[in-house]
Design a binder for this molecule. Structure first.
Ligand SMILES: [Zn+2]
Length: 587
């Protein structure tokens, strides 16, 4: 494991304002001393996600997750501590100290870097080819699709020429190795070992990370009979289709500002909508959205307007995408277009204003499904009503918010003309039962933490000096058997070894401990008047526990009657008396 000097981590956390970092993913509002927003770790409608800028931690009162800025990145980006440090250092422009890395780590980091470089070089070369005489035909095709020069440039479109190894020759000349070209998916290796350009005679669409780095390509056929129509890069160490949303690099700022994203299907839908001035657009590129893509998007918004061909909306991949987004807690609207039209053709035929109007008139997804499904059944017949409910209940079941789900179940009952209250409540509970398919994060149960522990932990974060003095007055035995033993132990150890700070404590906690600590620290006050009072309570608790244990021993001995060794009993009584005095002194 790569280890970083503590001074570097401290420096990093000094620079990395937790509010700024989290705002990359969650929109936060200042409320009093803390910032609040919708939790990115569970679906919710009312904000229970708190960020404390001064103390450098976040906590969600809904799902219990919490920690410092590094923990946030670890959990949110699903990366390890070391990667979180790197990402944060990059974000705030701190150069990384020289690290002890394993050969494997160094090799894979180097490979990812080389893969990014080769994609950048390939994208530049494809752009050159598009501008060259060989690219004339494709330029004409792009123009015939009403893509302007400015949009073309923003998208970084290019052309992969006809020849079998033109890109290969060009990139080998630039010093890239053939092995890397294969690894990047730009060359295809044949069984006989020979290699050939993957993309030949194709319009090239670079696919980027939201940071703008090119990580893959989509290649569109130039000839009408060329198969397949779209050819994509394979998955590589830097590209995973299910984790990438097309165009997010261009639209993320507008999405955050506008507080919603328009989701279209294809590259050219994206191009037209973007060109029409709706800058908060992303493309799913045909397949059903994954929860990872939803997470990508949630960093910027939790509202999505789906703008697909109405012939396919509510079916197959689109329906799956909608349901997944609803289940992930997104507010999903559907913007309907005339039958047979997609955003690309619609914008070109009817213009930007007409498209914007369609977006404004978009309908909540659940309403849309209700209308759509009910139109498909005869709700005057029992059979039609049963079929209607059978189709709608699974959709209702995926609504994460229980109140919303109940309300929707009532609407279903109304729509299906079910007036009987018993049946209505059956519909509600059917929707709830299916809910088990959606994994809910278990809330940690800090219920066993005593007030005194809570107090000490609160003071550790808000007034460390007092809490440390309180901790120093405790013996190891005072801490035994507490829910928070590991946390208080760690605080004592840090204090002895390297100097305690709230930030260092938060950094060293595991996920469960982190939840516990941030939960307590997010509360407005300590609940216990001061840290020394916590010490007193904990000490007293230990003495009382010891006294109870001694009492059990005494009872056991006395049950043996005359057999009982007198000396032992005497000793126990002395210790018991001693403890009673200690307890009385503590008050
Ligand atoms: Zn949460």
């Amino acid at each position: 494991m790569a280890l970083f000097p503590q001074s570097f981590i401290d420096d990093l956390k000094q620079h990395a304002d937790i509010v700024l970092v989290i705002q990359d993913y969650v929109s936060l509002k200042k409320t009093g001393a803390t910032y609040k927003g919708l939790c990115p770790f569970h679906g919710e409608k009312t904000p229970s996600f708190h960020v404390n800028r001064d103390k450098g931690f976040f906590h969600c009162f809904g799902c219990g997750v919490g920690g410092d800025v590094l923990k946030f990145l670890e959990l949110h980006e699903k990366i390890g501590f070391a990667d979180a440090v790197r990402q944060l250092a990059q974000r705030f422009g701190l150069s990384m100290p020289e690290l002890e890395q394993s050969d494997d780590q160094r090799a894979s980091a180097l490979e990812r870097e080389s893969l990014l470089k080769i994609h950048e070089a390939a994208a530049a070369w494809f752009r050159q080819q598009l501008a060259s005489p060989a690219g004339a035909r494709v330029r004409a095709q792009i123009a015939s699709r009403d893509v302007t020069a400015a949009t073309n440039e923003a998208l970084g479109l290019g052309y992969a020429p006809q020849g079998r190894d033109e890109l290969k020759k060009a990139l080998l000349r630039q010093g890239f190795s053939q092995a890397l070209l294969v690894r990047a998916g730009l060359l295809v290796q044949r069984d006989d070992g020979s290699t050939v350009d993957r993309f030949r005679n194709r319009l090239m669409i670079p696919i980027c990370r939201d940071t703008g780095s090119v990580i893959a390509f989509g290649g569109r056929a130039v000839e009408a009979d060329q198969q397949p129509k779209y050819l994509n890069s394979p998955e590589t160490p830097i590209y995973s289709k299910g984790r990438t949303l097309y165009g997010l690099n261009l639209s993320k700022a507008a999405i955050r500002q506008g507080k919603f994203a328009v989701m279209v299907e294809g590259y050219f839908d994206f191009a037209q909508v973007y060109q029409a001035g709706v800058r908060s657009v992303v493309a799913s590129c045909g397949t059903a959205l994954t929860p990872q893509q939803a997470q990508q998007l949630r960093r910027f918004t939790d509202k999505v307007v789906l703008s697909f061909d109405p012939d396919v909306a509510g079916q197959g991949a689109t329906a799956k995408s909608c349901e997944m987004l609803v289940a992930e807690g997104f507010e999903v609207n559907v913007a309907l277009l005339p039958p047979g039209e997609d955003p690309d053709t619609f914008v070109r035929r009817h213009g930007a204003d007409a498209y914007a109007e369609r977006l404004r008139r978009s309908q909540p997804y659940l309403e849309y499904m209700l209308d759509r499904v009910s139109a498909g059944h005869d709700l005057r017949s029992d059979e039609g009503r049963v079929k209607f409910l059978a189709e709608m209940l699974p959709i209702a079941a995926r609504i994460p918010d229980v109140n919303m789900r109940d309300r929707f179940a009532d609407r279903l009952a109304f729509k299906a003309n079910v007036t009987d209250e018993v049946v209505r409540s059956q519909i509600r509970s059917a929707a709830v039962q299916k809910q088990t398919t959606i994994a809910r994060r278990e809330s940690p149960n800090p219920g066993n933490v005593t007030q005194a522990e809570k107090g000490l932990i609160w003071w550790l974060i808000h007034e460390p000096a007092a809490a440390l003095a309180g901790l120093a007055a405790l013996d190891q035995a005072d801490l035994e058997g507490l829910t928070s033993t590991s946390v208080l132990d760690l605080a004592r150890k840090l204090n002895q070894d390297s100097g305690f700070s709230p930030s260092l404590l938060l950094e060293r906690l595991n996920t469960a401990e982190s939840q516990l600590v941030t939960g307590i620290a997010s509360e407005g006050e300590a609940h216990v008047v001061d840290a020394s009072e916590c010490t007193r309570i904990l000490k007293r608790r230990r003495f009382e526990r010891e006294r109870a244990a001694i009492q059990r021993d005494i009872d056991r001995l006395q049950q043996r009657g005359d057999d009982a060794p007198r000396g032992e009993l005497e000793q126990l009584l002395v210790r018991k008396y001693d403890l009673i005095q200690k307890i009385e002194r503590l008050g």
